[in-house]
Design a binder for this molecule. Structure first.
Ligand code: GLN
Length: 472
C-alpha cells in the first residue's frame, strides 16, 4: 500500500519525512511504470523538486506549510496552471499556456501540496474510458489490458499507480466517480458550487464540478476541505460554509436512513449488484435503516444529459476558433480558417457532441429536444427531493461493470454512454455524490459503491462512505 495523504503530510509537518524524499519516491514509481500506464500528459518534475525543497525549508524554519505539506498531487489537464501547458488532451489547445492558476490549484499549493504533473483525459472530458484522448489512452494500473475509466482516467491511474498521493479530476456526468470505481479509489463529486471552477476549462457549465481522487475516505475529506469554499471569482460558487467532512468520516451511521432505489435501471453485472447488497447489509449492521425509494425518472437521465451536456458544450467550445487559443490552421479567409482549425483540432467524439448540441439548440428543434431535456432534468430533481424526504443518503452502483478491455465500447457510443447511467442523475440535480471502493467483482477487479446525498449533504455522505470503507 502507498502512504496516505494524511500520513505523508503528518510526517512532513513533524519533520520525520522530507517533502523532497516523498517526492522522489513518487517520481521513482513514475520512472518505473509511466511508460506503460501513460497517466500524464506532462510530468513537471523540476518545478515539483523546487516546490518540495521550499516546503522542507519552511519546516526547517519552524513554519507549518499546511495540511497537505509535501503531498505529491496530480492535476487533470483541463485545470489551468500558470505558464504550464493545459491541453484538455486536445490538439486544438496545442501550445497554449494559461496566464493563471485555477483556484483549486492555488488552494492546493497554499496548503503545501506539490504538483507533479498534468494528467491525461478524454478530449475535453468527453468519454468514459480515456480512449478519446488525442495523445493516446491511459492504462488501468490494476490490469493494463483494461481502461482506467474516464474522462479523468489519468488522474485515477496516477493515484492507483502511486505516482501521486491524491489528484483532482472534473465530473460532468461521472468522470471522477466512474474512474475511481474502475481503479479501486475514492472519488468525490461535490455539490454543484461547493468547489470553485475558476480555471477549469468548461465542458457543460451547469454540470461540471471538480473533486479529488484518493486511496482513503479520510484523505478525500481532507483534500475536499482544502479545495472547497466560496470563491468570489466564480459566479456559481456557493457562499455557504464548507461542510465539516473530515470529522464525519468516523462518526458511523447509527440512526441514519439509507435509500435503496427500487426501480434502478437494469444492466449491471451480477457481482456489482451483489457488492451493493453487501454494502446495504453492512450499513444495517452498523445501525442504519434501509428504506426503499422510487426514482422513476432516473432511467431518462442519460437521454436528458446527452441533450443538455452537448448543447452547453457546443456553446462553450465555440471559442476554439484558431484566433484566441492554441492551434491555428490558416486557410483562404477567416471563415475558412475557423473551419480548417476546428476540423483539424477536434477529435471525433468532440465533433459528435458539437453537432448533437448545435442540433438540439437550433430553431425548430429547441423545444422538442433541449426544452424537453430541461423538463426531464426537473423531474429528476423532483424524484430526488421526494426520496430525500425519507432518507439521508442513497446507495447505487457507481458503474454497471468493472474495468473493461480496450476497444470494448469504442465502436458503439451508446454502450460507452451507458457507463454513466448511475452517475449522471446527480449531476443533473446538482447534488453531492462519491464512489467508495467496495471489494471486488469479475476478474478480481474493484467494484465501487456510489453514495448520493442532497445538495450540501456531504457530512451524511462521508459518514456513509467511512462506514463502507471500514466494512469493505
Ligand atoms: N462520460 C460522460 C461523458 O462522456 C461524463 C463525462 C464527464 O463527467 N466529464 O460526457
Amino acid at each position: 500500500m502507498f502512504p496516505s495523504v494524511i500520513e505523508l503530510a503528518g510526517a512532513v509537518r513533524a519533520g520525520s519525512t522530507t517533502a523532497a524524499g516523498a517526492l522522489e519516491q513518487h517520481l521513482a514509481r513514475v520512472d518505473a511504470r509511466e511508460g506503460e500506464i501513460h497517466a500524464f500528459n506532462l510530468v513537471t518534475a523540476d518545478a515539483a523538486r523546487r516546490d518540495a525543497a521550499a516546503i522542507d525549508a519552511a519546516v526547517a524554519r519552524g513554519e507549518d506549510p499546511g495540511p497537505l505539506a509535501g503531498v505529491p498531487v496530480a492535476l487533470k489537464d483541463n485545470l489551468c496552471t500558470r505558464g504550464v501547458p493545459t491541453t484538455c488532451s486536445s490538439r486544438i489547445l496545442e501550445g497554449w499556456k494559461p496566464p493563471y492558476d485555477a483556484t483549486v490549484v492555488e488552494r492546493l499549493r497554499r496548503a503545501g501540496a506539490v504538483v507533479v504533473g498534468k494528467t491525461n483525459l478524454d478530449e475535453f472530458a468527453m468519454g468514459s474510458s480515456t480512449e478519446n484522448s488525442a495523445f493516446g489512452p491511459t492504462r488501468n494500473p490494476l490490469d493494463t489490458s483494461r481502461v482506467p475509466g474516464g474522462s479523468s482516467g489519468g488522474s485515477a491511474a496516477a493515484v492507483a499507480a502511486g505516482f501521486a498521493a491524491a489528484s483532482l479530476g472534473s465530473d460532468t456526468g461521472g468522470s471522477i466517480r466512474q474512474p475511481a470505481a474502475l481503479c479501486g479509489l475514492v472519488g468525490v463529486k461535490p455539490t454543484y458550487g461547493l468547489v470553485s471552477r475558476l480555471g477549469l476549462v468548461a465542458f457543460a457549465s451547469s454540470l461540471d464540478q471538480i473533486g479529488p481522487f484518493t486511496h482513503t475516505v479520510a484523505d478525500a475529506a481532507l483534500v475536499l476541505e482544502v479545495i472547497a469554499g466560496h470563491d468570489p471569482l466564480d459566479s456559481t460558487s456557493l457562499p455557504s460554509p464548507v461542510p465539516p467532512v473530515r470529522r464525519a468520516v468516523d462518526e458511523g451511521v447509527a440512526g441514519m436512513r439509507i435509500g435503496r432505489v427500487s426501480d434502478l435501471p437494469e444492466g449491471s453485472e451480477p457481482d456489482v449488484l451483489a457488492r451493493l447488497d453487501e454494502a446495504f447489509a453492512a450499513l444495517e449492521r452498523a445501525g442504519a435503516t434501509i428504506v426503499d425509494v422510487a426514482m422513476p425518472s432516473m432511467q431518462y437521465g442519460l437521454t436528458a444529459y446527452y441533450l443538455v451536456a452537448p448543447a452547453e458544450a457546443s456553446s462553450n467550445l465555440a471559442r476554439y476558433d484558431g484566433v484566441r487559443y492554441g492551434l491555428r490552421v490558416e486557410a483562404g479567409d477567416l471563415n475558412a480558417t475557423y473551419a480548417a482549425t476546428r476540423a483539424a483540432g477536434f477529435g471525433a467524439e468532440v465533433k459528435r457532441r458539437i453537432m448533437l448540441g448545435t442540433y438540439a439548440l437550433s430553431a425548430g428543434y429547441y423545444d422538442a429536444y433541449y426544452g424537453k431535456a430541461l423538463k426531464v432534468r426537473r423531474l429528476i430533481a423532483d424524484d430526488f427531493a421526494a426520496a430525500y424526504a425519507s432518507c439521508d443518503a442513497i446507495l447505487t452502483p457507481t458503474s454497471p461493470s468493472v474495468a473493461f478491455p480496450f476497444g470494448d465500447k469504442t465502436s458503439d457510443p451508446l454502450a460507452m454512454y451507458l457507463c454513466d447511467v448511475f452517475t449522471i442523475p446527480t449531476n443533473l440535480a446538482g447534488h453531492a455524490a462519491m464512489s467508495v471502493p467496495f471489494r471486488t467483482g469479475a476478474h478480481g477487479l474493484p467494484v465501487g459503491v456510489q453514495v448520493l446525498a442532497p445538495a450540501l449533504g456531504e457530512v451524511a455522505m462521508f459518514r456513509v462512505a467511512g462506514e463502507l470503507e471500514r466494512a469493505a
